[in-house]
Design a protein around this ligand. Structure first.
Ligand code: EPU
Length: 424
C-alpha cells in the first residue's frame, strides 16, 4: 500500500502582522508570457518569475513541445523556442490548469495548428472560452471543440477587427498571441486592461512584436514576420499577491510595508481599505498599510481592471466578516466565488451567500477551525482568517495555494504570523 502524505497549514492566530514583505512576479503575467515564448524564433530570458507550481508546469509543457528550457535560478529562465517539434500539447498536463488556453493562441500563431486539452483550473463556475474561439476564427482559423480538446488550424492568419462581447483577460491575451505574426493589422476592441495584459504586450514588443494600446480598451496589433527574441524581460510584480498582504495587514490590525509592487495597480484596494478605516501610504514601488481599530462596513462590486479585482474578493470577505456593520459583496465575474464563505462560517463568520452576492454581518471575532481551501484565492483568504482568528486554524488542500503564491507561509512567518506547514 502506498503512503499518502497530507499537507496542511497550521496557524495560531491573533497575531498582528509587522515588518516588510517583498512581492514576487505576477502569476497571471507569467502564465501568459511563458507560452508567448512559443512565438519567438529565437532565445529569450525571463526574470522575476514567481516560484510557483503553475510556472513549473507550464515550462514542462513547453519542453514536451520541443522548447529548450534552462533555469538560471529559481526566478529566471532562458527559453529557446527555435526548434519547436510539436503543436499538440500533452492533455494530461494542460487539463490541470486554466492558463493552458494560451497555448492555443501561441501555437496557432507560430505553427498555424494547435491541439490542446480543454483547460481545467479553479472551480469558479462556468468558464466559457467562446470569445477566444471567436478571436481565432476572426483571424481565419477553423476551430473544433471535440472529445475534451480544441483543435485550431489555419493555412494563414490575417489581421481583422475583433470585438470582444465580454471583457475577458484570457481572450484579450489570446487574441494578441494569435495576431502578432498574422498578416496585416488586428484591432481588439473592448479589450481587458489588467496590468498583466500590458505586461504580455510589453514582453512581446521587447521580442520584436508591434502591439499598441495595451492597457486601454482598444489594442492594435501590427503583424510582423518574425519575433527574433534575443532579449531579457522582467515580469511585473503581482498585484493580487500585494493586495493579499495589504488585506492581511488590515484584518490582523498590523502595520506592514509591501515592497516591490506597483502602487498604481493597487488603487481600488487602497481606496476600499481607506474607506473602511485602514491606512495606506503609497510610494510608487512600495506602500505601508496599517490598521489600529476595528474596520467598518463597505459594499464591494468586483469588476474588470481598474475596478475591484475578483481575485481579491475572498480576502476582502475576511476583512468585512470582521468589520462593524453589514457589508454586501456583489461578484460580477465568477458564478461560484463564494465557496469560501462556508469555510469562514465554520470560523464564526456571519455570512449569507446567494448566487453572485453575499451579505456579511460583521462579527467581533473569528475563531480557529479546520478548513478547506476550495480554490487559490479562497486559500489565501483562509490564511488571512487564520492569522486574524483566535486559536488554531488548520487549512487543507494546499495544492491550490501553491499554484499561485510563492513561499506563502515563509512570507507570512517573516511578518510575525505563527504559521507552519505540517505533513501528516
Ligand atoms: N468569459 C466568457 N467567454 C470567454 C471568456 C470569458 O464569457 O470566452 C467570461 C467569464 O465567464 C467571466 C468573464 O468573462 O465571467 C471574465 O473572464 P476572463 O476571461 O477575464 O477570466 P480568465 O482569463 O479565465 C483570468 C485570471 C483569473 C481572474 C480572471 C478575472 C488567469 C490565468 N486567470 O481568468 O485568475 O479571476 O482573469 O480577472 O489570468 C486567479 O488567479 O485566481 C484567477 C482565477
Amino acid at each position: 500500500m502506498g503512503v499518502f502524505i497530507l499537507e496542511k497549514l497550521v496557524i495560531t492566530g491573533k497575531t498582528p502582522l509587522h515588518g516588510e514583505v517583498t512581492i514576487s512576479g505576477a502569476k497571471n503575467a507569467a502564465v501568459a508570457i511563458i507560452p508567448a515564448t512559443i512565438l519567438i524564433n529565437g532565445v529569450c530570458t525571463i526574470e522575476n518569475l514567481p516560484n510557483i507550481s503553475d510556472v513549473k508546469l507550464y515550462c514542462n509543457i513547453l519542453e514536451k513541445l520541443g522548447v529548450k528550457i534552462t533555469w538560471n535560478s529559481e526566478h529566471e529562465v532562458t527559453i529557446d523556442s527555435r526548434n519547436i517539434s510539436s503543436s499538440t500539447a500533452p492533455m494530461d498536463i494542460t487539463r490541470k490548469f486554466r492558463a493552458s488556453y494560451y497555448l492555443i493562441g501561441a501555437l496557432l500563431g507560430r505553427c498555424k495548428h494547435a491541439e490542446v486539452g480543454l483547460p481545467g483550473g479553479c472551480n469558479l463556475g462556468s468558464r466559457p472560452i467562446d470569445q477566444h474561439i471567436k478571436s481565432f476564427e476572426s483571424l481565419g482559423a477553423s476551430v473544433e471543440v471535440n472529445k475534451g480538446k480544441i483543435v485550431a488550424k489555419a493555412d494563414s492568419l490575417k489581421g481583422n477587427s475583433i470585438y470582444l462581447d465580454v471583457v475577458s483577460v484570457g481572450a484579450t491575451i489570446n487574441a494578441m498571441l494569435a495576431s502578432v505574426l498574422a498578416e496585416g493589422v488586428t484591432i481588439i476592441d473592448n479589450a481587458a486592461k489588467e496590468p498583466h495584459i500590458v505586461d504580455v504586450a510589453n514582453f512581446l514588443n521587447t521580442m520584436g512584436a508591434d502591439i499598441r494600446g495595451a492597457g486601454t480598451d482598444i489594442i492594435k496589433v501590427n503583424g510582423v514576420k518574425e519575433l527574433k527574441g534575443n532579449a531579457t524581460y522582467s515580469v511585473v510584480p503581482d498585484q493580487i499577491e500585494a493586495g493579499t498582504f495589504m488585506l492581511a495587514a488590515v484584518a490582523s490590525r498590523g502595520d506592514i510595508v509591501v515592497k516591490n509592487c506597483i502602487t498604481k495597480h493597487l488603487e481600488s484596494i487602497t481606496a476600499k481599505i481607506i474607506e473602511i478605516g485602514g491606512n495606506v501610504d503609497a510610494n510608487g514601488d512600495h506602500l505601508r498599510v496599517w490598521c489600529d481599530k476595528r474596520t467598518s462596513k463597505a459594499n464591494i462590486k468586483t469588476l474588470p481592471y481598474p475596478g475591484f479585482p475578483t481575485d481579491l474578493q475572498p480576502q476582502m470577505g475576511v476583512v468585512l466578516s470582521l468589520s462593524e456593520g453589514t457589508s454586501i459583496i456583489n461578484e460580477s465575474i465568477w458564478e461560484s466565488r463564494f465557496q469560501y464563505t462556508d469555510e469562514l462560517i465554520k470560523m464564526g463568520a456571519n455570512i449569507t451567500a446567494n448566487g453572485k452576492s453575499a451579505i456579511f454581518q460583521g462579527v467581533e471575532e473569528l475563531y480557529g477551525s479546520p478548513v478547506y481551501a476550495t480554490d487559490l484565492r479562497a486559500g489565501a483568504a483562509l490564511i488571512i482568517a487564520g492569522i486574524a482568528a483566535n486559536g488554531k486554524t488548520e487549512i487543507y488542500n494546499l495544492t491550490h495555494i501553491d499554484r499561485g503564491y510563492e513561499n506563502i507561509e515563509e512570507k507570512f512567518k517573516k511578518l510575525g504570523a505563527q504559521i507552519e506547514r505540517v505533513q501528516e
